[in-house]
Design a binder for this molecule. Structure first.
Ligand code: PEP
Ligand code: MN
Length: 360
């Protein structure tokens, strides 16, 4: 929910009756591929056609993009379909070429957003531009770095700004390619409530089967749009093949998403409630994850106690935990009664876990 007087943005000026949609292949591969996908997306909700020309790859030896040649293909897309175009820029030379070739929107990738030096180089190269510039979150979950990138561009008088949430890298295994850490995006929105925020479910999931669900969560959290990688033959795409969807599938996804329009008839109350409930769902998911993590540690303690033949219940340790948690809870506005009941339940579950291990 916007909690300050809204400034008009490039997105408001588009007067869309649906979230902004950016779609197109991960990479421009050939002129035929770029144009074929563009024609298949022409009569859809897609507002901007994307294609990566310069591709940042984690390991060398993979396809690294067709380079400046692809800019000519994007020009053709615009001429033949009327769709506006966008591509990723990662240095001052890319910016110059993209602007000279009439690309409408530029985005800065996750691997670039981690470097204040490169962000500053890009801010200087883009100084005063009226192009739309979107900044992806840095690959590491660092809100300040993301905010800092936006601030550098804003300070360089780039007023048509926005951000893209594409998830964060973790060492831990997860069902996501890049875990969404929704609370970081929510915090980002709280800091810059007027800045359009787009979700990129393709890079969050790394898996086309999960794109619908992540897109719906993003819309429930009031994201302003989606960027979805689209290819006529996803399995044979030259990059990110597992996460691309066909143009037909994209249209189906857009049709099935519940889009919470802020119309006159929708009361502010209902909108606020939906938004808060979506936030609660995110936090509840985190609570369950944390509890599961805690029980895994309890299991390890169970193994240790078994080896040493030590009793499961250690009353002194338990009373210490309880005392500390009651104090911490009080500081954060949680009643003693609630903290006691919750920790007794957690403790009981821990004992059950350890018992199971010791008896095994
Ligand atoms: C992309 O959009 O193709 C891309 C490389 O994304 P990211 O910077 O999020 O990895
Ligand atoms: Mn990609």
């Amino acid at each position: 929910m916007k909690n300050t007087v809204a400034l008009r943005t490039w997105l408001d000026d588009m007067k869309l009756d649906h979230p902004l949609v950016i779609a197109g292949p991960c990479s421009a591969e050939t002129e035929e591929q770029v144009l074929k996908i563009a024609h298949q997306l022409k009569d859809s909700d897609v507002n901007y056609y994307r294609a990566g020309i310069w591709k940042p790859r984690t390991r060398p030896g993979n396809f690294e993009g067709v380079g400046a040649l692809g800019l000519k293909w994007l020009k053709k897309v615009k001429a033949e379909t009327g769709m506006k175009t966008c591509t990723e820029v990662a240095n001052a030379a890319h910016v110059k070429l993209a602007i000279e070739n009439d690309v409408d929107l530029l985005w800065i990738g996750a691997r670039t957003a981690v470097s204040p030096f490169i962000m500053q180089e890009l801010a200087d190269a883009l100084h005063g531009t009226d192009k739309i510039v979107l900044v992806k979150n840095p690959i590491n979950p660092d809100l300040a770095l993301w905010l800092g990138g936006i601030e550098r561009l804003y300070t360089a008088d780039i007023k048509n700004l926005g951000a893209i949430h594409r998830g964060f890298s973790t060492y831990e295994k997860s069902k996501y390619r890049n875990v969404p850490e929704w609370q970081i995006a929510i915090e980002f929105k709280n800091r810059f409530p007027d800045l359009p925020l787009i979700c990129d479910p393709s890079h969050i999931t790394g898996n086309r089967e999960m794109i619908f669900d992540v897109s719906q969560t993003a819309l429930d959290l009031n994201f302003d749009g989606l960027m979805i990688e689209t290819h006529f033959d996803p399995d044979n795409a030259w990059s990110d093949s597992a996460q691309q969807v066909t143009p037909t599938k994209l249209k189906q996804i857009m049709q099935d998403l519940k889009i919470r329009k802020q119309t006159e008839t929708d009361s502010t109350y209902r909108d606020s409630l939906e938004n808060l409930r979506a936030q609660i769902n995110v936090v509840d998911g985190q609570l369950i994850d944390l509890l599961a993590k805690r029980m895994k540690v309890a299991d390890q303690i169970g193994e240790l106690k078994k080896e040493q033949n030590v009793a499961v219940l250690q009353s002194k340790r338990w009373n210490e935990i309880l005392g500390n948690m009651i104090l911490e809870g009080q500081e954060k506005g949680l009643s003693e009664e609630f903290v006691l009941r919750m920790f007794k339940a957690i403790h009981q579950e821990s004992i059950n876990h350890q018992e199971k291990i010791i008896k095994a």
